[in-house]
Design a binder for this molecule. Structure first.
Ligand SMILES: Cc1cc2nc3c(=O)[nH]c(=O)nc-3n(C[C@H](O)[C@H](O)[C@H](O)COP(=O)(O)OP(=O)(O)OC[C@H]3O[C@@H](n4cnc5c(N)ncnc54)[C@H](O)[C@@H]3O)c2cc1C
Length: 166
């Protein structure tokens, strides 16, 4: 998402490297491996994607299923109604995480200049040195950066490094 926003921005970006520790979600051999759960994209998810543009949202929507009612079945007899059809409220979109990531990637590749945006899968960042502005990769090499943006989730190396930095 952030990569989408960056390429749509007016920032003079010569090179944008994306490092993802997992494999390409579009690789059929990976299906079910690590992005297997389904997400419900409600108003927050929809609005976030629409901040790029509506075309991106419509392409994501096509990959999922629109739902107006949700019921959580805890046991065969106990269930909780989480959402019901409401007038004027847009349906949520149920989508597999792998399909969501795959669609955002397809669109990114379609929109971005391949000479500028470089997506690296199976490429975890192992260390970040904020003083030297370098990242260390799992193959033992280092790379200099001008600007780093951490989108690395709950156990973020980027967040950890910045909180440790004086
Ligand atoms: C079972 C389950 C169900 C959920 N259902 C919903 C739902 O219905 N609706 C909803 O809105 N949210 C749902 N969520 C929450 C949602 O999945 C998260 O809020 C969302 O994925 C967070 O996005 P993120 O980009 O911050 O982190 P992530 O999705 O965790 O993405 C971080 C990425 O960074 C990569 N990465 C991590 N460390 C490194 C590193 N060192 N180097 C390189 N790459 C790295 C990871 O491989 C990962 O791909 C659910 C979560 C779970 C677990």
């Amino acid at each position: 998402m952030l990569a989408h926003k960056l390429i749509e921005s007016q920032l003079p970006i010569n090179k944008l490297d994306i490092y993802e520790s997992r494999s390409d979600p579009r690789d059929e051999q990976n299906l079910g491996a690590s992005r297997a759960y389904a997400l419900g994209l409600g108003i927050r998810g929809r609005t976030a994607i629409q901040t790029v543009d509506n075309e991106l949202w419509n392409s994501v929507k096509k990959r999922g299923y629109e739902c107006e009612r949700f019921k959580l079945h805890l046991t065969p007899k106990i269930n909780i109604k989480l959402r019901d059809k409401e007038e004027g409220v847009q349906p949520s979109v149920l989508i597999y995480q792998s399909d969501l990531c795959g669609q955002l990637l397809d669109e990114l590749e379609k929109r971005a200049d391949a000479n500028v945006v470089n997506i690296n899968f199976d490429s975890p960042i192992t260390e970040l040195d904020l003083d030297e502005s370098t990242i260390s990769k799992s193959n033992g090499t280092q790379q200099q950066y001008d600007l780093i943006i951490g989108c690395d989730g709950a156990n973020s190396i980027v967040r950890k490094s910045s909180s440790e930095s004086p």
